[in-house]
Design a protein around this ligand. Structure first.
Ligand SMILES: *[C@@H]1O[C@H](CO)[C@@H](O)[C@H](O)[C@H]1NC(C)=O
Ligand SMILES: *[C@@H]1O[C@H](CO)[C@@H](O)[C@H](O)[C@H]1NC(C)=O
Ligand SMILES: *[C@@H]1O[C@H](CO)[C@@H](O)[C@H](O)[C@H]1NC(C)=O
Ligand SMILES: *[C@@H]1O[C@H](CO)[C@@H](O)[C@H](O)[C@H]1NC(C)=O
Ligand SMILES: *[C@@H]1O[C@H](CO)[C@@H](O)[C@H](O)[C@H]1NC(C)=O
Ligand SMILES: *[C@@H]1O[C@H](CO)[C@@H](O)[C@H](O)[C@H]1NC(C)=O
Ligand SMILES: *[C@@H]1O[C@H](CO)[C@@H](O)[C@H](O)[C@H]1NC(C)=O
Ligand SMILES: *[C@@H]1O[C@H](CO)[C@@H](O)[C@H](O)[C@H]1NC(C)=O
Ligand SMILES: *[C@@H]1O[C@H](CO)[C@@H](O)[C@H](O)[C@H]1NC(C)=O
Ligand SMILES: *[C@@H]1O[C@H](CO)[C@@H](O)[C@H](O)[C@H]1NC(C)=O
Ligand SMILES: *[C@@H]1O[C@H](CO)[C@@H](O)[C@H](O)[C@H]1NC(C)=O
Ligand SMILES: [Cu+2]
Length: 570
């Protein structure tokens, strides 16, 4: 089949005035019919498919390839009114949103326009079914892309919903290199309008790179503030002057809006709420769930929730605060009461809200398992291969903090990625690369993770939605804890409770080198990671050795003048 390439390079100005999800109108399909049937009064249908379609095995044939060009640019920007160096995609934080329909192929050209950093682009939560080579992880699936060089990624949107792309090189993602991905598809509840992505960040006026040394000596550094979709205000300590501006979202009374909420935090766990408005939750990461209502939602680093907000208030006197509240139990962020945006009813300028927050309990635990019920059920097999990992922190020979999953802190080499070694026939791995091989086809793997400290950690597995079979505090004892095998919560990023444990499961149905790691940037850089090498014999044929080696050769040339690797390599 010949796929037609559609060049998609919308400007930000166009994005700002869109009324319906972009990308749907301008696409001409070469096969199949357009996805009619999906409307405000029935979001469950999608072409010949619907919200009950098993998206792990079935994917619509759209015949469409979406092509995007992204450029890394080093700018001076002031997201909260205070200027600093920000590493961006195309000059903005967040970077441009990528749109596609369920089943489309997505081709992303990334140009590294930075002077002093490598890069690689990871499509978080994207399943990469048989395309592990496109996962964009430095040291695992590729060498970093050297300054001035480009790379092209191509993958199929086999799942739909809300996810994001971000750099997987050093701390670059938290320097500003990230943006949203919206894959249009069916939904588990109806809404009038798609309001798009809404990123939550923790933020500081110093760069993450300049804080890394301190993080390695005394743990997560305190950050000054946070952003809502790339903006916030800041009150100058010297004279009380207010700089920056607040995020605003304008709604019409009576209408319902789908909001895609993301945490792109480097460390904080953020509670999201809109005063007086209930959030109807319809998806956790890329997994549609049975809708449920809540007044606030905790997002740990890397997670997403899709919610429907109905503008059902009488907004005569006031607009409403949108809040992102770092949870003090596990976050080191100041300014907790002033990371706010405004939900504005009607036309004209927004007023300063006088509304009060919903009551909440400060907590760093994920939403209860009973709330996160996937629409498409997946059961784990009681016959599983077990893998146990103790996680902990210690000091290395230089007195720097190093985290470990298992016996050693993770360390991989920028210029010798796992896939290059697989292409070369390597089967013996250094202990620090923490490679766990699985050869079985469609075998169920249970990973038991025990936290060695009181700090909770958002754990992310690449290339899979994991099933959360158990989670709790204290020491895990296999025979004493029952596992939820029947349709447990399923997603790509899960909070490991402090001084606690969790058991997550996945099936070996996708060959490749898949990273499992903590999504707190500092911890990832300090070695909180391991990799699964799934079905070795099938990986080699997927690798484009020429492309891999071309990137690596350019990187080797750059490394002669670059700063040496001083982190885990991922
Ligand atoms: C990003 O910037 C590049 C270079 O200016 C431009 O060609 C491209 O269209 C932009 N991409 C998007 C998605 O806006
Ligand atoms: C993913 O790949 C497997 C194995 O090739 C295949 O059976 C399955 O249908 C694919 N899933 C989708 C959604 O394409
Ligand atoms: C970004 O620009 C600043 C200021 O010129 C420079 O110090 C820094 O090295 C640059 N960063 C990268 C990654 O190129
Ligand atoms: C990336 O660039 C920043 C400057 O913007 C620098 O501080 C940092 O060391 C660089 N990181 C790597 C791994 O090259
Ligand atoms: C958040 O920013 C992105 C990127 O600029 C934009 O597409 C989106 O519409 C914004 N979200 C909301 C809810 O306004
Ligand atoms: C959520 O609350 C709204 C009213 O605020 C109600 O219409 C809706 O049915 C509720 N949804 C669920 C899943 O309980
Ligand atoms: C809205 O705000 C803008 C910018 O602050 C201002 O110029 C304008 O007069 C305001 N409009 C109204 C109706 O208050
Ligand atoms: C929060 O709890 C207090 C004390 O129970 C109560 O007075 C207040 O109305 C509650 N606020 C909200 C928004 O529910
Ligand atoms: C974690 O590491 C610390 C410091 O190396 C050590 O004292 C402690 O015993 C370890 N904890 C566990 C549970 O292994
Ligand atoms: C590939 O294997 C050969 C022979 O074992 C070795 O000499 C070479 O250094 C390896 N190359 C890489 C990139 O690992
Ligand atoms: C496991 O449960 C049994 C029965 O409740 C109890 O006697 C035993 O102490 C528990 N084991 C551990 C290690 O907690
Ligand atoms: Cu962590």
């Amino acid at each position: 089949m010949v796929f037609r390439s559609i060049v998609v390079a919308w400007s930000l100005a166009v994005l700002a005035v869109r009324a319906i999800p972009l990308g749907v109108n301008i696409v001409s399909h070469t096969s199949n019919v357009p996805c009619t049937g999906n409307s405000a009064s029935d979001r469950s249908v999608w072409c010949d498919h619907d919200i009950h379609t098993d998206y792990y095995n079935v994917v619509p044939d759209t015949g469409v390839t979406r092509e995007y060009w992204l450029e890394l640019v080093n700018v001076t920007a002031a997201p909260d009114g205070v200027p600093r160096t920000v590493l961006t995609v195309n000059g903005t934080v967040p970077g441009p949103t990528l749109y596609a329909d369920w089943g489309d192929r997505i081709k992303v050209h990334v140009h590294n326009g930075l002077e002093n950093n490598g890069t690689s682009m990871h499509f978080h939560g994207v399943r990469q079914n048989n395309t592990n080579t496109q996962d964009g992880v430095s040291s695992i699936t590729q060498c970093p892309v050297a300054p001035g060089e480009s790379i092209t990624y191509e993958w199929r949107a086999t799942e739909y919903g809300s996810t994001w792309y971000h750099s997987h090189f050093a701390l670059q993602a938290w320097g500003g290199v990230f943006g949203g991905i919206i894959i249009n598809g069916p939904a588990s509840a109806n809404y009038d309008e798609d309001a798009g992505v809404l990123f939550l960040n923790d933020w500081d006026h110093r760069t993450v790179d300049s804080l890394y040394q301190q993080a390695q000596i005394s743990g997560q550094p305190w950050l000054q503030t946070g952003l809502i979709n790339g903006t916030n205000v800041w009150v100058e300590e010297s004279d009380g002057e207010v700089v920056g501006s607040r995020f605003e979202m304008t709604v019409s009374r009576g209408k319902s809006y789908r909001l895609r909420i993301y945490s792109a935090a480097i460390g904080a766990s953020l509670r999201f709420m809109i005063d007086n408005h209930v959030l109807m939750v319809i998806a956790a990461d890329l997994v549609p769930i049975q809708p449920y209502n809540t007044t606030s939602l905790l997002l740990v680093a890397g997670q997403r929730y899709d919610v429907i907000v109905t503008a059902n208030q009488d907004a005569v006197a006031s607009d409403f605060w949108i809040r992102s509240i770092p949870q003090v139990a596990c976050s080191k962020v100041h300014n907790v009461d002033n990371i706010k945006g405004i939900l504005h009813y009607g036309t004209g300028n927004a007023s300063t809200p006088t509304t009060s927050p919903w009551n909440f309990t400060d907590s760093c635990l994920d939403e209860p398992a009973s709330s996160l019920v996937p629409i498409v059920p997946v059961d784990a097999s009681p016959e599983m291969t077990w893998n146990s990992e103790m996680t902990n922190a210690s000091l290395n020979a230089d007195g720097l903090i190093r985290w470990s999953m298992g016996p050693t802190s993770f360390k991989s080499e920028w210029d010798n990625p796992t896939l290059l070694q697989v292409a070369n026939g390597t089967t013996v791995w250094p202990e620090v690369a923490h490679v766990v091989p699985f050869e079985g086809v469609n075998e169920w793997i249970a990973i038991e993770i025990q936290a060695g400290t009181s700090e909770p950690h958002p754990i992310h597995l690449h290339g899979h939605d994991v099933l959360i079979l158990a989670s709790g505090t204290g020491q895990y004892v296999r025979d004493n804890v029952s596992l939820q095998l029947h349709n447990p919560p399923r997603r790509d990023t899960v909070m490991l409770p402090g001084d606690g444990y969790m058991v997550i499961a996945f099936q070996t149905n996708n060959p490749g080198a898949w990273l499992l790691h903590c999504h707190i940037g500092w911890h990832q850089a300090e070695g909180y990671a391991m990799q699964f090498l799934v079905r070795y014999a099938e990986i080699e044929s997927m690798i484009d050795t020429t492309a891999l080696e071309t990137t690596c050769r350019a990187w080797d040339r750059y490394m002669a003048i670059a700063s040496p690797e001083d982190d885990s390599g991922i």
